[in-house]
Design a protein around this ligand. Sequence first.
Ligand code: UT7
Length: 320
Amino acid sequence: MIGKIYGTGSSLPKRIVSNDDLAKIVDTNDTWIRERTGVARRRIIKEETTVSMATEAAQKALEQSGIAAEEVDLILVSTISSEVILPCTACEVQKNIKAVNAAAFDINAACAGFLFGYNTAQAYIAAGMAKTVLVIGSESLSNLVNWKDRSTCILFGDGAGAAVLKAEKGKLLPSVSHSDGKKGEALTCLSRHRKGSPARTRDLQAYMQMDGQSVFKFAVKKVPKAVKEVLEEAGLKADDIDYFILHQANRRIVEAVAKRLKTDIEKFPMNLEEYGNTSSASIPILLDEMNRKGKFVKRQKIILAGFGAGLSWGAALLEW
Ligand code: UT7
């Protein structure tokens, strides 16, 4: 059995924060941010939460699919930014959408999270352990960002995206998931709840810290490799793929991956100009945008690829 995407949805905070807005709080400017990252603005939560955005994205995906919430038997939420540790975001979504027959749990794989969630959903479906799975990426990264650190605060944004997968007859398509914990220090965020930390340092440690150049080099090297692994297993060439939906971290990373795969950049849609890097939400938000614009045609081949903290990365082939 294979999981087919029956519907997608997304949810974005109403508040828009431009590069010029950020230039008022840190020493930066619109030109630097656009040239180095491709980001022009991002959405930042006000009333919204990781749970509320995940719920809205899930509801929209279900609505589009025509599948009732009671049919869902598994909910996977990828997030690094839930407001509480317990209960997990997936259980909150289950409650909100009344998916009374679903098991629900969260996945922490940062910007590779949606991809890992998608692969987990396919594995459950292939094993006959689930028939209908909601995979969601939802992030309130603005809660984890140090708004005094110009090297990170300009990159990130908030939002959520979801896809509902339903089992159909068919062979599981190739996918790969990788991690390299030895390189974990390149992108860290310590817990706000660490025992024994004095309150002041505890607050400082709770922010995301990143060696941007290491992460950049890692992404540019590992993503094309993961895509090639998937292509090889499928017996396909990059030219056979209609779209590459990459995690939206930086325009220069997406361009470098396209170049290494010797593939037209037109096949690499981007929306990071509008939303910045929304970690595990970026792939499903882009999927939903493309889907709702009617860009996908039945049987088209799409490769999803995620990468980020852990370090973790992976890719998956899907047929629309
Ligand atoms: O989601 C997955 C996780 N994250 C990523 O994928 C991010 C990967 N990394 C990147 O996207 C890039 O490394 C960044 C966008 C974070 C940084 O771009 P860079 O080209 O690697 O810049 P840099 O860190 O080498 O900094 C270049 C200069 C420095 O000044 P000096 O030392 O050359 O005088 C920085 O201090 O730019 C300065 N700088 C800034 N200037 C204006 C750093 N941040 C800013 C800023 N505005 N916001």
